[in-house]
Design a protein around this ligand. Structure first.
Ligand SMILES: [Zn+2]
Length: 287
């Protein structure tokens, strides 16, 4: 057995700085290139795994909208859910113990908006905070005269720029149970995440011109604002008149839950959403 010649190794001079820089560059490149490849491989594996029968029963019982999807899209939804559930942390708040039923229900609704897109659309989403029911947030408001007032407001959901979504489990259940009323807090909050990732509502305040995304959504947004000011009845929830971000989130809820009405009442808006989501929910089975 030969001993390791530590003396000669320790005595040898360090490689020149250019060689160290080269080694460092190669290591950084290996991480930059290797990590996406590793993630892609992991996701391919996850997508190939069928959902456990227990999860399928939860979908049947809790998320009736899934039954309306054509079979190939149901398979895609299952694959998206696998990746979503492996990637995202769920945190129970106010004493809520997060169950498999909660995770599966939230994942199914959250993955509807990326059904025709890609898992990577939610790469920035890190965690989902679940409250048992509506949660109260403290608000500080400053009016034009500079008077500051504090208040509280109950929320069913929130979407944060730092990749965090907050949901009320009670409102999630209600949203899932009625798939055709245009109200779905999970689709709404995850539409905000897509908006953050792609800057979808950035230009909607500008006066509309042309027929592209910003023009069509901007025009529909301004019409909703006018109708809300007049208290006129609208297909889209008047909450969408709050600002362009809320408009996109509300329009997304209608796109998935009231697709036929939206395609008929707002064909240009429907066509733009259809292009973005790469889906045609108006052709899915009726509720
Ligand atoms: Zn919102």
């Amino acid at each position: 057995m030969r001993g390791i010649p530590w003396g000669s190794i320790l005595a040898s001079p360090l490689p020149p700085p250019s060689v160290l820089l080269l080694i460092l560059t190669v290591l950084v490149l290996a991480v930059l290139v290797g990590r996406p490849l590793w993630v892609a491989r992991q996701r391919r594996r996850l997508r190939a795994q069928p959902l456990p029968p227990f999860w399928l029963r939860i979908l049947q019982r809790r998320v009736p909208l899934v039954a309306r999807l054509p079979a190939p899209l149901q398979a895609t939804l299952h694959a998206r859910m696998r990746v979503f559930l492996a990637d995202k942390a769920f945190i129970g708040c106010r004493g809520l113990e997060v169950t498999e039923e909660m995770r599966v229900t939230v994942a199914a609704l959250a993955c509807l908006p990326i059904l025709g897109r890609d898992d990577s659309d939610y790469d920035r989403v890190r965690q989902i905070l679940l409250y048992p029911d509506a949660f109260v947030v403290r608000l500080r408001h400053q009016d034009r005269a500079g008077v500051v007032s504090d208040g509280e407001e109950a929320r069913a959901g929130e979407s944060w720029h730092e990749g965090q979504v907050v949901l009320s489990w009670a409102d999630t259940l209600d949203s899932a149970a009625v798939p055709d009323d245009g109200y779905n807090v999970v689709i709404h909050e995850f539409a905000h995440q897509l908006d953050d990732a792609h800057g979808l509502s950035v230009d909607l305040e500008a006066p509309p011109s042309g027929h592209d995304w910003a023009a069509v959504l901007g025009e529909a947004y301004h019409r909703l604002v006018d109708a809300a000011d007049r208290d006129a009845a609208t297909l889209l929830d008047p909450y969408g008149a709050t600002d362009p971000c809320e408009f996109f989130a509300v329009a997304s809820e209608a796109f998935f839950e009231q697709a036929a009405q939206l395609a008929e009442g707002e064909p240009a808006l429907y066509a733009q959403l259809q292009r973005f989501y790469r889906l045609d929910p108006a052709r899915w089975a009726a509720a």
